[in-house]
Design a protein around this ligand. Structure first.
Ligand SMILES: Nc1nc2c(c(=O)[nH]1)N[C@H]1C(S)=C(S)[C@@H](COP(=O)(O)OP(=O)(O)OC[C@H]3O[C@@H](n4cnc5c(=O)[nH]c(N)nc54)[C@H](O)[C@@H]3O)O[C@H]1N2
Ligand SMILES: Nc1nc2c(c(=O)[nH]1)N[C@H]1C(S)=C(S)[C@@H](COP(=O)(O)OP(=O)(O)OC[C@H]3O[C@@H](n4cnc5c(=O)[nH]c(N)nc54)[C@H](O)[C@@H]3O)O[C@H]1N2
Ligand code: SF4
Ligand SMILES: [Mo]
Length: 713
């Protein structure tokens, strides 16, 4: 007899509820859970693919060791003993900094890992920590820290109540949104339009989102900074600044007005490609709508001015009176108040990395410098490495150099269920139970959601005797690799043995809605037990304004003009006179597909097809100039590498720009991903210069990278 089990999908930020038909510990089917209070039955092809992830024959369930005769399955004891022996040997010989760690994107999505990760990494006691954050989000952290006093204080678009949505450099129809956790973006965009509102997209490509938008404007890559400064300049000139609470509690307005002088629409239009008339129209709309919201993501974060763009977007929302307002942008108050819990961790710029002197941000150095730290000899050189749920051999820039570095290590352990392009370099792989084998609570994503809701899912499937949960693996590493004094060890060991459900229960009970929490004992407050009975989740308080109370800045005011950003602006004026700094005539941008998830879901045949194609999109006029036909193979090259890839001719991309998705190139001597290797695609990160960073956050500037193309003979 089959039963229906309910679990939140953990794959992207949307947190869709799934209804999973299970029989004899096997998945029969996966559908959207109609009674889920948040997603109401919405699901995408990746959610359905969780069945295939569970059944993937390449998925590891026991540790493996790399030997001269290939991968050998070993016992957990042997695996842990080897990891402990080798990493302790390295630590003893070279010191603590000789151990490096990298934590990838799924560490945010996998509850067991998220709950144990920082305790484990802290126990290892090394400054050489890296994470996917510096390929993605550090500009957002930095702006939140400087303006609101806390890296995780992220204002989230109130997508259900806004009436004008200006989306700059994000494609939520494919990605389902980021720093905007909400299911069914398509439905929400439609709803804005049906209520008479407008959705406008600014993107060098006519994306899936742009096609559904009311208007789309093509922009030249990496010119958003000028576009945004022009918007502020125009808003000032047309008296569009609204007197609002958030503005009244902000410092720096007059200085800001002076800063934007000179960024006139007639001057920036030829550079950005967005005409003076179009700017005029956008300003008209911003002025005449009640709740205009501006939102930007990877397109503006992973470029040379990632931090400044994020700052200007946040500032514009304040000038428009939408910050901390219903219908504008709001701050969440989730059941587990991660922002308050993490307040003491929200620190940056305390120390610099050894080779590049890049300053840490929340305890991490930029991933772009990981290979330098492994390959550059001297005290502090990384010799032992722990990779947790990451694939830097595909996700990091200059990835061929990352591979060279991984091959150069004395010892590497990976916590991952696949032998992929990164983990192939590991000596030992420790595979956790994943997906439907694990319970789920999205405590990180509730922090960036568009509504305050809460939901717990027990694991729909059980695991076999040979398998281990992620939190068990992390706990074992934490105990075996702990470095520090006696009391610290006792505390760390105690924490490492806590079941994640105990941790969740405690956090829920003491949280803002908990039975022990808040300022008073709330009758019927939250506990894990209560949540376990609410399969579709619970709607919590409506999102409400929380400022200035929840500000973490010293003077309890929003900082419009952080000194660090203002200083950088001195260089920005020079952008008004474009100079040719590169020989390469094209700019490279990325793209995401609905049926893909960074680098790691290409082994599931069910996700093949649709729009998912690893091609180089090129404008027809550019193709004509180079005599390139549709479907023909071309070479794309930069100062650091070259790849050969199929051209896809389309007028959906701005002239002079090429779009190539990341996370492909499933090749490698020891890789074991049968399906992915059949249609490997090519790895765009071989083209990326790892020194091309946002100067303030050291986030990688993937977008706008200079490249050339040539027709293959
Ligand atoms: N050119 C270019 N490069 C980019 C980007 C881009 O837009 N363009 N985007 C960047 C962004 S936004 C990000 S976030 C990074 C992602 O960078 P990474 O996090 O380094 O890479 P992923 O492809 O997400 O790889 C995830 C790894 O985790 C494993 N995994 C999946 N689920 C689990 C789990 O539950 N437990 C464990 N232990 N392992 C698991 C997978 O097998 C895989 O090895 O890539 C960045 N790289
Ligand atoms: N299906 C799927 N969903 C995902 C992921 C995935 O790989 N697949 N990855 C997840 C992750 S880790 C993240 S961080 C989020 C990212 O979520 P999004 O930010 O929505 O992701 P992208 O699709 O990369 O959107 C970036 C857009 O910026 C545009 N762009 C590039 N350069 C510029 C520029 O200079 N200016 C402007 N204005 N636009 C530019 C690109 O054309 C692209 O449309 O998605 C998450 N969700
Ligand atoms: S949209 Fe995201 S959360 Fe929803 S089913 Fe798809 S991958 Fe899962
Ligand atoms: Mo990301």
């Amino acid at each position: 007899m089959s039963t229906i089990k309910y679990r939140t999908c953990h794959l992207c930020e949307a947190m869709c509820g799934l209804a999973i038909e299970v029989e004899n510990n096997e998945v029969i089917s996966i559908k959207g859970h109609k009674e889920d209070i948040y997603s109401k039955g919405h699901i995408c092809p990746k959610g359905i693919a969780l069945k295939d992830l569970h059944n993937d024959p390449n998925r590891l369930k026991q540790p493996v060791r790399r030997t001269e005769d290939g991968w050998k399955t070993i016992s957990w004891d042997e695996a842990y003993d080897t990891v402990e022996k080798e990493l302790k040997r390295i630590r003893k010989k070279y010191g603590n900094e000789a151990i490096g760690t990298y934590t990838g994107n799924p560490t945010v999505h996998n509850t067991g890992t998220a709950l144990t990760l920082y305790d484990t990494i802290n126990a290892i006691n090394t400054k050489n920590r890296f994470a996917s954050h510096s390929l993605d989000s550090v500009p957002v952290f930095l702006v939140n820290q400087m303006m609101f006093g806390h890296a995780m204080m992220a204002p989230i678009p109130d997508i259900e109540h806004l009436d004008y949505f200006l989306i700059i450099g994000a494609n939520p129809m494919a990605s389902n949104g980021s720093f905007m956790s909400t299911p069914n973006i398509r439905g929400k965009i439609k709803a804005i339009q049906e209520k008479g509102g407008k959705v406008v997209v600014i993107d060098p490509r006519k994306t899936e989102t742009a096609k559904k938008a009311s208007e789309h404007y093509f922009i030249q890559p990496e010119t958003d900074i000028l576009f945004l400064l022009t918007l502020i300049n125009e808003l000032v000139q047309r008296n569009g600044i609204r007197n609002s609470k958030s503005l009244r509690i902000s410092d720096g307005l007059e200085q800001l007005k002076t800063m934007v002088i000179g960024f006139e629409k007639e001057i920036t239009a030829p550079i950005t490609g967005i005409t003076a008339e179009q700017i005029h129209q956008i300003i008209d709309d911003l002025i005449h709508h009640d709740h205009p919201v501006i939102y930007g993501r990877l397109g503006v974060n992973t470029q040379s001015y990632g931090t400044i763009c994020q700052w200007l977007i946040t500032t514009l929302n304040i000038l428009l009176g939408q910050m901390d307002e219903k219908g504008g942008l709001l701050f969440t108050l989730p059941a587990i108040d991660y922002v308050t819990l993490m307040a003491h961790e929200s620190k940056m710029f305390r120390y610099g990395s050894r080779v590049g002197d890049y300053q840490e941000i929340i305890g991490e150095y930029p991933t772009s410098t990981l290979a330098d730290e492994i390959l550059t000899p001297g005290a502090g050189q990384i010799r032992g490495f722990i990779s947790i749920a990451g694939n830097p051999a595909r996700s990091a820039p200059n990835s061929q150099r990352v591979e060279k570095a991984l091959a150069d290590l004395e010892f590497m352990v990976a916590v991952d269920m696949y032998i992929n392009e990164t983990t192939q370099y590991a000596d030992i792989i420790l595979p956790p139970a994943v997906g439907l084998e694990t319970m789920h609570y999205s405590f990180v994503l509730h922090m960036v959601a568009t509504r305050n809701t809460t939901k717990f899912s027990p694991a729909p499937l059980s695991i076999s005797k040979e398998q281990r949960y992620d939190w068990q693996i992390m706990g074992e590493l934490q105990r075996r690799l702990f470095d520090g004094g006696f009391l610290g060890r006792m505390k760390s060991n105690f924490l490492s043995r806590l079941h994640p459900k105990t941790k969740l229960d405690l956090a829920l009970k003491t949280g803002p809605y908990g039975i022990w929490g808040g300022r008073f004992l709330k009758k019927g407050g939250l506990s894990l037990k209560r949540l376990e009975n609410e399969k579709g989740g619970i709607e919590l308080d409506e999102m409400k304004p929380v400022l200035p109370k929840r500000l973490f800045t010293k003077n309890k005011r929003i900082q419009l003009m952080p000194e660090l950003f203002v200083k950088e602006m001195e260089k920005v004026k020079a952008l008004l006179v474009p100079t040719n700094t590169t020989q390469h005539p094209f700019k490279l941008i990325g793209r995401r597909h609905l049926r893909s998830n960074n680098s790691w879901m290409h082994n599931l045949p069910v996700l093949e097809g649709g729009s998912r194609k690893c091609t180089a999109m090129i404008h027809p006029d550019d193709a004509k100039h180079y005599h390139i036909a549709d479907g023909e193979w071309i070479e794309v090259y930069s100062d650091v590498g070259q790849i050969q890839i199929m051209a896809e001719i389309t007028d959906e991309i701005i002239q002079g720009t090429i779009s190539i998705p990341h996370g492909w190139g499933h090749r490698g001597k020891d890789v074991q991903m049968d399906q992915a290797q059949k249609d490997p695609g090519v790895n765009v990160n071989e083209l990326m210069d790892h020194f091309r960073l946002d100067p303030l956050s050291y986030n990688m500037a993937f977008n706008g990278h200079p490249i050339s193309i040539r027709k293959l003979g």
